[in-house]
Write a protein that binds this ligand. Structure first.
Ligand code: GAL
Length: 622
């Protein structure tokens, strides 16, 4: 287990570097991430490289005993490059080019830029690939940040046409799969197909889904171009990338298959403020973050990573600059967040950033040091973690309890066709996760193709496309199952399945959904001690009614080990359904006190109190 920090030597006078490195080590940090935005300093003009400063920075950090995570600087193509190749910029959904003057202004489909990205990756990898101080590489920075995965450029359009031809083989097959006979949308060749933006009203949802899949594939291909170069020039080093919070613009299961360690950037206070938490939650946890935000992503990205290896590449250390309001963490929270990451299996937690930079866009973003170079409050908390992580014994396996099945396609489908405002697959997954975690369960968030053997509870909150393999593995498990709304409701090409939802799960559910309604917020279905709403599925079949509302509507159906939830997975109705399934699975099923959470890693049981910021762990019998 390592602690690290994101450092920008190019922001500070060279005379200070050795002192920074010494202080990092004294704090107990062993990793330092550098370089990911430094293109204009590495190559100030086309083909003219200035390696001197970076060579010296690498030496200083290495000599201090820090392992370096080197970033490829491709998230920030310099001005001269954009001027030479103006059509490399992404085009937004309204058809406007994205300007220079911040970052991430490139189009993933522009082959000229992709070559440039590979060229700069190659020269950096050739220079530092075998350096003993470089322990790993980060490709680019936060693919998709600032809404940058989709580009509506001519380059994207041409690549999309090729992608479609490859996937469908013939234009007739595409027309048939998408149902283009509707509204006379039929095409005669792939070259007639445009991107799905700028249509008069919504484009065909199958067209959007194909574009979402294509855009995701472009990210993976862009990343792969760098990975191949890094593997060649820097053998034996891990490759990583930093994913984001509540972000689904590309398929992270696909990215996880390409890198050695999947990283993510954890900003619990910023995420609480910026995403759809209630006002009450925002007030109660303003300085802690909702107790499930970080944990959800830890478990999600562990499940996306090919060998389950993951890290926190950026950890919030104080106020950020980008949320609507930016409070400081409660004392103790930086330590709690860090320990929570290790409790879920992180290999490293790296704080963003070392020292607050007094200029440019992030001048209000805290670091471990203040702008004047003196310690900010988080430094002492990082040191406190460093002092204790050696005691966490981490080798024993963690027993399997509960799994939650999530796919990126599910979220794309619910974004493309929400049917009711805010009815999102991602948020259904988060709510289900939270309901499970409130019971103290250990949860793995897994893709539909994962092996589910050994789990005693499996929740599929909202998964429109159910692959046959998932149907089979659910049949085979010896545990309780909850299936939520929209699950099995679409084919791969965005059609309603012939046998109606839940499609391949019809046998397990004991019937079908004959009609789905979405309900506006405030329209509730009341039961005995619970209430629900948001959605209502009309079910026909042989399952038993397990939870019935006061007005007679059935919200939870049950057949053997499977329960089908007919309302949106949220609120007290969800908690009650999860509690019943956990009870029948022989798992803990009483809610923990408000703000308390628990997580087992190997033989350690961690306890977290998100109201007070206290974290502790003890050893349990295996
Ligand atoms: C991340 C990004 C960092 C920095 C940070 C600020 O999204 O990767 O470069 O901008 O946010 O919180």
């Amino acid at each position: 287990m390592h602690l690290g920090v994101c450092y920008y030597p190019e922001h500070w006078p060279e005379e200070r570097w050795a002192e920074d490195a010494r202080l990092m080590r004294e704090t107990g940090l062993t990793r330092v991430r550098i370089g990911e935005f430094a293109w204009s300093r590495i190559e100030p003009e086309p083909g003219r490289f200035d390696w001197g400063w970076l060579d010296r920075a690498v030496e200083v950090l290495h000599e201090a005993g820090l392992g370096i995570i080197m970033g490829t600087p491709t998230a920030t193509p310099p001005k001269w490059l954009v001027d030479r190749m103006p059509d490399m910029v992404a085009i937004d959904r309204e058809g406007r080019p994205r300007g220079f003057g911040s970052r991430r202004h490139y189009c993933f489909s522009h082959m000229g830029y992709r070559e440039e990205a590979q060229r700069i990756t190659r020269v950096v990898a050739e220079r530092y690939g075998e350096h003993p101080g470089v322990v790993s590489w980060q490709t680019d920075n936060e693919y998709g940040c600032h809404d940058t995965v989709q580009s509506f450029s001519p380059a994207a359009r041409d690549a999309f046409r090729r992608w479609l031809a490859n996937r469908y083989g013939s234009i007739e097959a595409l027309n048939e799969a998408w149902g283009n006979v509707f509204w006379s949308m039929e095409y005669r060749s792939f070259d007639e197909i445009d991107l799905p933006n700028l249509t008069v009203t919504e484009a065909n949802p199958a067209h959007w889904l194909a574009f979402r899949r294509f855009s995701s594939d472009q990210v993976i291909a862009f990343n792969r171009g760098q990975v191949e170069i890094l593997r060649e020039h820097s053998p034996g080093r891990d490759i990583t990338h930093n994913a984001m919070g509540f972000y689904t613009g590309y398929d992270h299961h696909d990215l996880g298959a390409e890198v050695d360690v999947l990283g993510w950037d954890s900003y619990p206070l910023g995420f609480l403020e910026m995403f759809c938490f209630s006002e009450e939650e925002k007030r109660a946890y303003a300085r802690q973050g909702h107790p499930d935000i970080a944990a959800f992503h830890h478990d999600l990205y562990r499940g996306c990573a090919k060998d389950g290896r993951w890290s926190v590449l950026e950890q919030q250390p104080g106020p950020v600059n980008w949320a609507r309001y930016n409070p400081a963490p409660l004392p103790g929270m930086v330590k709690l967040w860090t320990l929570e990451a290790f409790a879920h299996g992180a290999e490293m937690v790296s704080y963003f950033r070392w020292r607050q930079f007094p200029k440019a866009q992030e001048q209000m973003h805290a670091g471990l040091l203040r702008p004047d170079g003196n310690p900010a409050p988080a430094l002492a908390e990082a040191r406190a973690v460093a002092d204790c992580i050696g005691e966490i014994e981490s080798d024993a396996p963690t027993p399997k309890q509960a799994a939650l099945v999530f796919s990126y396609e599910s979220e794309w489908i619910t974004q493309i066709q929400p049917q009711g405002e805010g009815r999102s697959g991602l948020w259904a997954a988060f709510s289900a996760y939270s309901a499970m975690r409130e019971l103290g369960l250990d949860i793995d968030i897994l893709p539909p193709g994962a092996d589910l053997a050994g789990y005693r509870l499996v929740v599929v909150p909202c998964l429109p496309i159910v692959p046959d393999a998932l149907a089979r593995s659910l049949e085979n498990i010896d545990g309780q199952i909850i299936i939520g709304p929209r699950t099995g409701s679409r084919t791969t090409d965005f059609a309603i399945p012939e046998n109606l939802p839940p499609g391949p799960l019809e046998g397990m559910a004991g019937g079908t959904i004959t009609l789905s309604e979405s309900l506006r917020s405030g329209v509730t279905i009341e039961g005995d001690g619970w209430s629900g709403g948001g959605w209502f599925d009309h079910f026909e079949g042989s399952a038993d009614a397990e939870m019935t509302a006061k007005d007679g509507r059935v919200v939870l159906w049950r057949k053997d080990k499977a329960r089908l939830l007919a309302v949106w997975p949220e609120g007290s109705v969800l908690c009650e359904a999860v509690r019943r399934a956990a009870r029948d699975a022989g798992l803990p099923h009483e809610p923990l006190p408000e703000g308390r959470r628990r997580r087992r890693r190997g033989n350690n049981r961690f306890e977290f109190d998100y109201l007070t910021g206290q974290a502790s762990w003890s050893t349990v019998e295996s």
